[in-house]
Design a protein around this ligand. Structure first.
Ligand code: SAH
Length: 353
């Protein structure tokens, strides 16, 4: 019999579970507090829970937080955490310090099925969706690691392996656990950013959840022709449909939608592209992040020269669009945008589940 992992349950579900075990909802709230607020994952250490409740719980449930199998520090201060999952897949998260910020980049799938031409994760194909416990687990594992330095992740970006909106239910559940201010991990939704290849129905659904998290769109091209070549998903949801959905995403007064634009030499980096991009974004509350292409073995693209990147940026700035060049962190350790690929842990395929 497989036991439920409490790390992937909403506080309300923990309350229901407590009731199901003959205890009061209050016991569920205590559980949520221990796990999400105090980062205590050992049932034995939850000393204010009655012994018989703990015993009943232990038969039905586990508190299992992902353990990093490997930690790889980068020259630039960022750090890659690799996790071996049940079933043999491996995923990674990346911690990126920046002044008083500590951004954690989490994965939502092992591999990815969207096959963007410039992305190494795409080469893996989709292995499987992560569970909510595995998504939240990456955050708890990273925070446990940082605890020693008296820090914790201040911002969480759903920009690791996988397409968040293609694993919708687990994504939304993890967002609710992470943003529940009373009994969850209590992140402000404005510190969480979900990035998508542009799944229009998912964007619309997310907008209706009232989660208030930030939305990032991996745009990468300004014509359907180029975008469809780079990102096959554009053949299902073209630029017009995508931009219309983004325009309807609910934003708070000072909130903006982020647009990621990977810069690929002679593919999408001309002044015409920049002008088209400015036109596409007209009327939207948008911020553009230009990501100079990160190379990987076998890639068919190149990073444009710096001057080209900067003149692209200045066209957008002149059009009044906030635009930054985002130099990826962790390039030396295979942790930069588009470089996340882990091989399956074949040896542990049949380990306990
Ligand atoms: N699937 C989601 C979440 C991943 S975010 C999405 O695509 O939005 C990772 C970001 O890195 C995406 O914007 C992706 O397009 C970008 N990226 C992928 N490969 C890259 C590369 N080689 N160099 C720079 N950015 C890359």
């Amino acid at each position: 019999m497989s036991r439920v992992n409490l790390v992937g349950l909403l506080p309300a579900e923990l309350e229901d579970l407590a009731v199901g075990l003959g205890a009061s909802r209050y016991r569920g709230r205590q559980l949520a507090t221990w796990i999400f607020r105090k980062s205590v994952f050992d049932l034995e250490a939850m000393t204010d829970l009655p012994k018989d409740f703990r015993a009943a719980l232990a038969e039905r449930a586990v508190v299992e937080v992902l353990e990093p199998e490997r930690l790889t520090p980068s020259q630039d201060g960022s750090q890659k955490l690799v996790f071996a999952l049940h079933g043999g897949s491996r995923i990674s998260s990346v911690l990126m310090p920046d002044d008083d910020r500590m951004t954690l980049c989490v994965s939502t799938q092992a591999g990815c099925g969207f096959a963007c031409a410039f992305c190494l994760t795409g080469v893996m194909g989709l292995e499987r969706n992560l569970t909510a416990a595995e998504i939240v687990g990456q955050v708890l594992a990273a925070n446990r690691l940082l605890e020693g330095e008296g820090r914790r992740a201040t911002h969480i970006v759903f920009m690791g392996m996988g397409e968040p909106l293609a694993n919708y239910a687990a994504l939304v559940k993890s967002l609710r656990i992470l943003t529940d201010a009373k009994l969850g991990v209590a992140y402000s939704p404005r510190r969480l950013t979900v990035s998508t290849v542009g799944l229009v129905p998912g964007i619309e659904k997310l907008g209706r959840e009232d989660l208030k998290v930030n939305l990032a769109i991996s745009l990468h091209a300004t014509t359907d022709d180029v975008r469809s070549r780079l990102m096959p998903v554009n053949r299902s949801f073209d630029l017009a449909a995508l931009m219309a959905a983004v325009g309807r995403y609910p934003l708070a007064s000072r909130q903006r939608v982020f647009f990621e634009y990977v810069m690929l030499e002679d593919v999408n980096d001309t002044a015409d592209d920049a002008r088209r991009l400015a036109r596409l974004l007209r009327g939207l509350k948008a911020k553009v992040n230009l990501i100079p292409f990160n190379d990987w073995e076998g890639a068919k693209f190149r990073r444009p020269p710096l001057a080209r990147i900067l003149s692209f940026q200045s066209v957008l700035l002149d059009a009044g669009i906030t635009t930054t060049v985002r130099w990826s962190k962790g390039e030396d350790i295979g942790a930069a945008c588009g470089q996340l690929r882990e091989s399956p842990a074949l040896a542990s395929v049949s380990e306990s589940g």
